[in-house]
Design a protein around this ligand. Structure first.
Ligand code: EPU
Length: 340
């Protein structure tokens, strides 16, 4: 029998990386699948809307949270199989993402090194299809299990049923319905390094281009991230606050005619992905502070809480930036974190 308990008026400030000082009406720490099933079997809780909380690193809490907050604290990681091309590794939703990445690399399984040091948990990673330095989670994803809170059933989702796209998945759109319990990754047996991102290749050359290993790539990427991105312990933040927008080729060419330095990357669908950080910087917002909300000095895509900002303050500055970018470039930026 699981001994899960629900606490009322529970403080969430330490559980979200923006450091928003808000409360959960009802909060439960989930340490096992049995904890989850116990709560779902109780008609009082089964009827409540749920917010699934991992590391709280992609979340903007704009006020107290009603319903039931399920804080995923489950642990466990293991190799579950292999075939000619891949090693299959499963991890529980509550595992810290970077600890899991290092565990795979130290065990000799490559494939997740470019996703090193992304804040968050394993269970949250598929929701927004985390990506960095030329690799997206969907390229290493095999399957996941999730509890459907509306029916109480546990379902397995294969790759296609997750409907991954840039920083998006079925789970992000069906938020509050499925609680991801564990994720299986397919890690390639034959390693192919990915230095496609200019920052990574430059950092490697700057070290004298030593022989590449997955652990070395992981270290290079972790260094770049530490250099560019603020530590939430120092300045509350949720990583990139906006997604990089995508525009048609015609639109990109028109923008390039006006702004020859504008970065843009062609994608498989023929559209061009623009660098939101560049657009924001061009509007003069990099390093700017409004009240207690700041735009990070070395990466304009990141909004930080410089003190006592509340979710509404962040949302207001976010809107000011969206309007500035729209006015100058005619492009509307979409926030990356989930607003609650
Ligand atoms: N740029 C600027 N000014 C800035 C920031 C960026 O001009 O303040 C320019 C850079 O010079 C470069 C381009 O914009 O030409 C891209 O910048 P960067 O390499 O820093 O990456 P990004 O597009 O800003 C994305 C992800 C990051 C991820 C990096 C590396 C999104 C929304 N963000 O940022 O993801 O780490 O690429 O792959 O896709 C996150 O999602 O939380 C996150 C940090």
């Amino acid at each position: 029998m699981s001994a899960v308990s629900v606490q009322s008026h529970f403080p969430l400030q330490a559980l979200n990386t923006f450091g928003m000082d808000v409360f959960a009406d009802a909060y439960a720490a989930i340490h096992s699948p049995a904890d989850l099933m116990t709560l779902r079997a109780d008609p009082t809780w089964a009827a409540q809307p749920v917010l699934v909380l991992g590391a709280g690193s992609n979340l903007l809490l704009t006020g107290n949270v009603g319903g039931l907050v399920l804080h995923m604290r489950t642990t466990g990681k293991e190799v579950v199989g292999e075939d000619h091309s891949s090693i299959y590794v499963r991890a529980a939703a509550g595992e810290d993402w970077h600890t899991f990445v290092l565990w795979t690399l130290e065990a000799g399984y490559a494939g997740l090194e470019n996703l090193s040091l992304i804040p968050g948990t394993v269970g949250a990673a598929p929701v927004q299809n985390i990506g960095a330095y030329g690799v997206e989670l969907q390229e290493r994803f095999h399957a996941l299990r999730a509890l459907d809170w509306t029916t109480g059933e546990i379902k397995t989702f294969d790759h296609s049923s997750c409907r991954f796209s840039y920083r998006d998945s079925f789970f992000r759109r069906a938020r509050g319905r499925f609680i991801i319990m564990d994720v299986v990754f397919a890690l390639p047996k034959r390693w192919q390094n990915n230095l496609s991102y200019p920052d990574v290749e430059q950092a490697w050359r700057a070290q004298g281009a030593p022989p590449l290993t997955p652990l070395l790539v992981s270290r290079i990427i972790a260094d770049i991230r530490r250099r560019k991105l603020p530590d939430p312990a120092v300045a509350g933040n949720a990583g990139s606050f906006f997604k990089n927008p995508s525009v048609s080729r015609a639109r990109f060419e028109a923008l390039r005619a006006d702004y020859p330095d504008m970065p843009g990357y062609i994608q498989a669908d023929g559209y061009y992905r623009l660098a939101a950080g560049w657009l924001i910087e061009q509007c003069g917002w990099k390093g700017k502070t409004v009240g207690d909300v700041g735009v990070w000095e070395t990466q304009a895509l990141v909004l930080v809480n410089r003190g006592k900002a509340c979710g509404q303050d962040i949302a207001r500055v976010s809107l000011m930036i969206q309007e500035a970018v729209n006015e100058k470039f005619g492009v509307w930026l979409e926030p990356e974190p989930v607003f609650v």
